[in-house]
Design a protein around this ligand. Structure first.
Ligand code: TXA
Ligand code: MG
Length: 542
């Protein structure tokens, strides 16, 4: 296939080129166009045959849906239905720009675009050339990133020429893409709203409009076996250079300490520009640490450079995964195949059988200088007046569980929530995600400040929080000791104490996989065990 190349610097001045690209699109051809995020491979979103050509050109699996690009928010109704108010506020605030919103799909959009899903991804790009081409074409354009499937998204026209020459009708050269990573994808087709792909528009910014936004697990973690991706694209292998990349946890200090402790192991370092003067090995920079937007702009080209250099083993730094850093980490962790080396502080998860003396152990860890994140304390915080959890509890248990002053009527909630195992499960379904999110963010914050953190959680394993910890510890004690302690603590009979132990069966079973166990009978012995665990994990040097 002959591929036309159109260079468009100013859509008004280069009107003929804009019209030529638009004419090809109207005729059902595929045209690569620049956008502010990355280049896209566009076709008429209403034309199933044209859309199928995109999948062919890209070599993309048919079950991975495309994003529909519009010229303006006034066109939303042409592709989506039942548009929630929140969507309008999102577009009003962030569009045109690098934001994609998943909405219920209108039947006008062929199933090919959405890979058969009942939803459609919609974005209004801000790039003047993209905008001019969509307007001139007069139809919404379905477009994935303009790379061959499995390769990095193209951020400059040369990348597109390399991948797509001969495969598409035309390529529009509109200069370098400003963002350098793909758009932020947020789904409003689920409740609460969910961030599926982080980008230059951050989770923090989105929360100003979507206070209950959750970040999908797949953003920073590999999909677990048997788990299905909320966004089909997340299950596909993303671009990973030929080199094995290892991310060294921690900040600059930990990185260089780690490099010095493992001489000759890495042939290349993937770092920030500020790190370059300190690097004892060949180094590639992915932007400046102090300027997250320079990282998104440089990330994909830095990864490509590793291949050009023939790098084999790379030790990499990673930004803190908040703000724009979340988008960088999302791509970088995948490029590294989720391989991490521990150069920095860690999170220790602590659980324990009731009456085993978990708090004694946590007090001791605090004395050793670790930051304790107490989930029981957080459980009390999330039902304080003003907490976003309260309205959700009202929805489930009735508006009258709040008193006139906005505080929680605990007795009323308890009588309703503990009426049956089903209602109790409903209570956990509302409170647990909030508690877990707060605990995680406090532990990560401590880590960021260079401190080791302890997540103290009675249901660490049942709640799945063990996977957020670098290592775990279970506090145990002989059953007779625990019975005595529970009876003394709660002033109850032995029979009641035995019941409390019995209800913890599930957690007890799951936590049998903890990394460490501390038997809590004698204080001096506990201290010795904790010292040994902290030494083994690198907190205390031998
Ligand atoms: O910045 C961007 O978004 C670029 C430019 C060209 O606009 N496009 C882009 O498209 O990155 P693509 O196809 O490479 O990535 C779209 C992502 C995929 O992970 C896909 O699975 C997801 O969005 N997606 C699309 N429609 C979806 C839907 N209805 N539900 C869930 N995820 C969807
Ligand atoms: Mg892509």
């Amino acid at each position: 296939m002959n591929t036309e190349i159109y260079k468009i610097t100013d859509p008004a001045a280069d009107r003929a080129a804009v019209e030529a690209a638009a004419a090809l699109l109207r005729r059902g051809e595929v045209v690569a166009i620049p956008t502010e995020t990355v280049y896209g491979l566009a076709a008429n979103a209403f034309d199933p045959a044209a859309v199928r050509k995109i999948f062919q050109a890209k070599g993309r699996p048919q079950d991975n849906p495309l994003i529909v690009h519009l010229a303006g928010a006034q066109e939303l109704e042409t592709v989506a239905k039942d548009i929630p108010e929140a969507a309008r506020r999102l577009y009003a605030r962030f569009s045109p720009g690098p934001l994609t919103v998943i909405l219920p799909r209108k039947d006008t959009v062929p199933a090919e675009v959405s890979a058969g899903l009942s939803t459609v991804a919609v974005r209004i790009p801000s790039h003047p050339v993209a905008n001019a081409v969509i307007k001139a074409a007069g139809v919404p354009l379905a477009a994935p990133s303009a790379n061959l499937s499995g390769f990095p998204s193209p951020t400059g026209v040369q990348d597109v020429l390399d991948d797509m020459t001969g495969r598409v009708a035309a390529i529009v050269d509109g200069g370098e893409s400003e963002c350098g990573i793909e758009s932020t994808v947020v789904s409003l087709a689920v409740s609460p709203p969910r961030l599926l792909r982080p980008g230059v528009i951050t989770a923090e910014q989105l929360r100003e409009i979507l206070p209950d936004l959750v970040v999908d697990d797949a953003v920073l973690n590999p999909l677990k076996a048997g788990q299905t991706a909320a966004s089909p694209g997340m299950k596909y292998k993303h671009y990973a250079p030929n080199a094995q990349i290892y991310i060294v946890r921690g900040g600059q200090k930990e990185f260089f300490r780690f490099l010095a402790a493992h001489p000759g192991e890495a042939d290349t370092a993937l770092v920030f520009e500020e790190d370059l003067p300190l690097c004892p090995v060949r180094a590639v920079a992915m932007g400046r640490e102090a300027e997250p937007l320079s990282q998104t702009a440089r990330l994909f080209s830095a990864l490509r450079e590793l291949d050009k250099l023939g790098a084999k083993t790379v030790f990499a730094r990673a930004p803190v995964p908040t703000g724009v850093g979340l988008g960088v980490c999302n791509r970088l962790y995948r490029a590294a195949g989720f391989r991490f080396l521990n150069g920095g502080p860690k999170i220790l998860g602590v659980c324990g059988q009731t009456g085993a003396g978990k708090s004694t152990v946590c007090d001791m860890l605090r004395e050793f200088g670790l930051t304790i994140v107490d989930t029981d304390q957080i459980a009390r915080e999330v039902v304080q007046p003003g907490s976003p959890v309260l309205p959700r509890l009202q929805t489930v248990f009735g508006a009258d569980i709040l008193l006139a002053d906005g505080s929680l009527d605990r007795a009323k909630l308890a009588s309703r929530a503990f009426a049956s195992p089903e209602t109790a499960a409903k209570l956990s379904a509302v409170t647990h995600p909030a508690i877990i999110a707060i605990a995680k963010s406090r532990a990560e914050e401590a880590k960021r400040q260079g401190k080791w953190a302890v997540i103290d959680a009675p249901l660490l394993f049942t709640a799945g929080m063990d996977t957020d910890c670098d290592f775990t510890l279970k506090v145990t004690a002989p059953e007779e000791t625990r019975l005595k302690r529970i009876m003394a603590r709660d002033h109850i009979t032995e029979e009641e104490a035995r019941k409390r132990i019995a209800v913890q069966g599930k957690e007890d079973r799951l936590s049998s996989h903890a990394d460490h166990f501390v038997v809590n009978e004698d204080l001096a012995a506990v201290k010795t065990q904790i010292k040994a665990i902290l030494t083994q994990s690198g907190y205390i040097s031998e």
